[in-house]
Design a protein around this ligand. Structure first.
Ligand code: ACO
Length: 335
């Protein structure tokens, strides 16, 4: 019998900034159309940060809601998954912990682009298993539009801003909410498919000023699409099998909201009917690391995800990086 201390979801919250950008808004400044964006990505509108708003501002709001949902304001560590930290140094998580009034708790960032929430789950579960703390606040937040080139129609129509958070407590691997086997992977040989070329030590040590467009995010969309479908399918299958499930038997499937066509292709390959696939990409776009917890929070709040559902989660992103895990959804308050 396992005596492992599992990480168990006991609270959830999310936050999106108030400003809405529609496809028509984008089509006013870019060579694109509502029809192209809807048919190729499934996105109709998205939320974006106002000038001066940073990732920590989104993270604090989502973190507050997750703490409230868990019934008390305590957490013994903060893990923040993000690709858009407030500054290159220091990490953003300690400032988020301080603003949440959590005291001098361990706090650090996890950088795994759109797979950040699943890598963050592994970090949080590790903190609990190692006995560092009994309660970890995992926040995934991205002000992704701050690194998007507004003139690049191939990315500007996809990415958006938001945050989601879960509170994890120590518990038994067999109880509802316990994070199941985590399958994670990466392929740095393909890092060039999703990157911000400038701003890191490689460019800075060259002593050369970067070209303005190199400060922005870029993605080789078609190749990324192919890898996303393949990796999320294989990883989901492995995570489900490790949990003793068949992918086609899960009650709900939550995949990183990269592109509606990717989600359809992956769930079709896994044999999961469309009505079991959770999606909110139409209204929030691709919010990077925040995508999965934002989807879970919204789905739990509107009743698409309820206690007892066997849930399969998967993500894919820059790195390349990917992951999947399983969970029986617990009784949690939604805010
Ligand atoms: N509006 C109009 N036309 C456009 C737009 C636009 N916004 N963007 C591209 N096009 C054009 C292209 O120039 C191309 O024209 P051409 O045929 O004359 O060359 C045509 O539309 C088709 O372009 P594709 O790139 O083949 O379009 P595709 O159907 O592949 O859709 C997309 C592009 C949406 C980017 C898709 O490839 C995708 O979703 N890729 C994967 C995204 C993903 O999973 N990312 C990983 C996670 S996110 C992360 O980690 C940060």
């Amino acid at each position: 019998m396992s005596t492992r201390r599992a990480a168990v979801v006991c609270g959830i919250g999310s936050y999106v900034p108030p400003d809405v950008v529609t496809n028509e808004d984008l089509a006013r400044s870019l060579d694109t159309s509502d029809d192209w964006i809807r048919s190729r990505t499934g996105i109709a509108r998205r939320r974006v940060v106002a000038p001066g708003t940073a990732t920590s501002d989104l993270a604090v709001e989502a973190g507050l809601r997750a703490l409230k949902s868990a019934g008390d304001g305590r957490a013994g560590a903060v893990v923040l998954a993000t690709t858009t930290p407030d500054q290159p140094c220091p990490a953003t998580a300690p400032q988020v912990a301080a603003r949440l009034g959590l005291g001098e708790v361990p706090a650090f960032d996890v950088a795994a682009v759109c797979s950040g929430f699943l890598y963050g789950l592994a970090s949080a579960a590790g903190l609990i298993a190692a006995g560092v703390t009994d309660r970890v606040l995992l926040i995934a937040a991205d002000a992704f539009t701050t690194i998007i080139n507004p003139k690049d129609r191939t990315t500007a129509v996809i990415f958006a801003d938001g945050a989601g958070a879960v509170l994890l407590r120590a518990g038994s691997p067999r109880e509802p909410g316990a994070v199941g086997p985590l399958v994670l992977g990466s392929d740095g040989g393909l890092s060039h498919l999703i990157e911000v070329p400038a701003g890191g030590s490689r460019q800075r040590s060259s002593g050369r000023e970067p070209a303005p467009e190199d400060r922005f995010f870029r993605m080789v969309g078609r190749d990324t699409y192919r890898h996303a479908v393949e990796r999320m399918t294989v990883t989901s299958t492995e995570a489900a099998e490790r949990a003793g499930w068949r992918p086609c038997d899960v009650d709900r499937f939550a995949a990183h909201q990269a592109n509606a066509r990717i989600l359809e292709a992956v769930s079709e390959r896994l044999g999961i009917p469309g009505e079991r696939r959770l999606s909110n990409i139409a209204t929030v776009g691709n919010t990077g690391a925040a995508s999965l917890p934002l989807l879970l929070a919204e789905s739990a709040a509107d009743g698409r995800l309820t206690a007892g559902h066997r849930l399969l989660l998967t993500a894919f992103g820059g790195g390349l990086s990917w992951g999947a895990t399983t969970l029986v959804w617990p009784e949690v308050q939604t805010t």
